[in-house]
Design a protein around this ligand. Structure first.
Ligand SMILES: O=C(O)CCC(=O)C(=O)O
Ligand SMILES: [Fe+2]
Length: 372
């Protein structure tokens, strides 16, 4: 989708281009601002109190329950400085408000590992997303490429460096709690990651002239271990636990982080904790900003269940390197889009689509080829 300059230049038209029109059955069913309160909001206050029956145990039980049911919850009293969080969001908004040519200085199309792009950093998506984004690698630190980070506003870099450090701290803390909830030592999940890596995607969803036809970010799961999402007060994040039958819109809470589990966490827990399927809607009246921090394993980390409950079978047929799992995740995502397109054009029957979706991983390309 790199042929699209930026979304700002499309908004004038009053209609979205065909590229952005969603398949009918995937168009938004529940409004972006019809908030639900079913997603647990968990205070981390007292998490250090590790005495028997103490606050850590209470928090652990709440988090485990949320992950068994949704794979998604919100945290408050998480200890991250509210000013830092506020600055991170404000500077991000300022970046997206820059003229197109400033943003396009960081154009990441053509396989670059970071920078600015419209719609998606994954190539060949069948339906485009109504979003602009900036993405970059934060950990391991030696892989940071500052030439791919915005250099305006000028405070961006220092604030992002502090923010990412805080996200690593919070993410590690939560993985510790999840490990304990599996009856394992606190470091079990981080050790299974070999070395924790981190990527950030700052999402900007401009107002959309046809929000009932387009989507900000199509339904997906995150491939990694755990995601910490900061969203503004506009609303638009939705999740489903029944494969898209019912969607609920997550209530924005000032200063909270939405935590969601990715594929890797589901595998490590052998399916006890769920990966959260989610999507982001756009709307007619407001721009929306969200900042996703993805905490992932090293590409070489071997993925296998850390704990298999008695009587359960392993959900993975064989151990697999995270790098390979990551690649398959995106191939599957793209194949799904292609199958839906063929179905729409009536070139595939429903059964054929199902078959394609069940066995999509043929001719796995290199990850580099998959990125825009
Ligand atoms: O914008 C949102 O609320 C969701 C973002 C997201 O899911 C992602 O970047 O992976
Ligand atoms: Fe996501």
């Amino acid at each position: 989708m790199s042929s699209i300059p930026t979304l700002a230049s499309l908004v004038k038209d009053g209609k979205v281009q065909n590229d952005f029109i969603m398949f009918e059955d995937e168009r938004p069913k529940v409004a972006y601002n019809q908030f639900s309160n079913v997603i647990p909001v968990i205070s981390l206050d007292g998490i250090e109190d590790d005495t028997p029956g103490g606050q850590r145990e209470v928090i652990r039980n709440q988090i485990a329950k949320a992950c068994e049911e949704w794979g998604l919850f919100q945290v408050v009293d998480h200890g991250v400085d509210p000013k830092l969080v506020h600055d991170m969001a404000t500077l991000s908004r300022e970046f997206f408000a820059l003229p197109d040519e400033e943003k396009l200085r960081f154009d990441m199309s053509g396989g670059k590992k970071g920078g600015f792009i419209v719609s998606s950093h994954i190539q060949n998506e069948v339906v485009a997303n109504w979003r602009e984004l900036v993405t970059f690698i934060l950990y391991p630190i030696k892989e940071r490429d500052y030439s791919r980070w915005p250099d305006k506003p000028k405070e961006w870099r220092a604030v992002t460096e502090l923010y990412t450090e805080n996200m690593m701290g919070l993410g590690t803390q939560l993985l510790g709690v999840l490990s304990e909830a599996m009856g394992l030592e606190r470091q079990a999940m981080t050790k299974a990651c070999k070395e924790l890596t981190q990527r950030m995607v700052v999402n900007f969803y401009p107002k959309c002239p046809e929000p009932s036809l387009a989507i900000g970010l199509k339904r997906h799961t995150d491939p990694g271990t755990i995601t910490l999402l900061l969203q503004d007060q506009v609303g638009g994040l939705q999740t489903t636990k029944d494969g898209g039958e019912n969607w609920i819109t997550v209530q924005p809470i000032e200063g909270a982080f939405v935590v969601n589990l990715g594929d890797h966490a589901e595998y490590l827990s052998n399916g006890r904790f769920k990966k959260a399927e989610h999507q982001a809607l756009v709307n007619y009246d407001h721009n929306r900003l969200s900042i996703a921090t993805f905490i992932n394993p090293d590409q070489e980390a071997i993925v296998y269940p850390l704990k298999i409950e008695e009587g359960d079978e392993a959900i993975l047929e064989e151990p697999i390197a995270f790098g390979e799992m990551y690649k398959r995740h995106f191939v599957k995502h793209l194949e799904r889009g292609k199958a839906k397109k063929l179905a729409k054009e009536n070139k595939l029957s429903k059964e054929e689509v199902e078959k394609m979706l069940q066995n999509p991983v043929k001719n796995v390309k290199s990850l580099q080829e998959l990125l825009a």
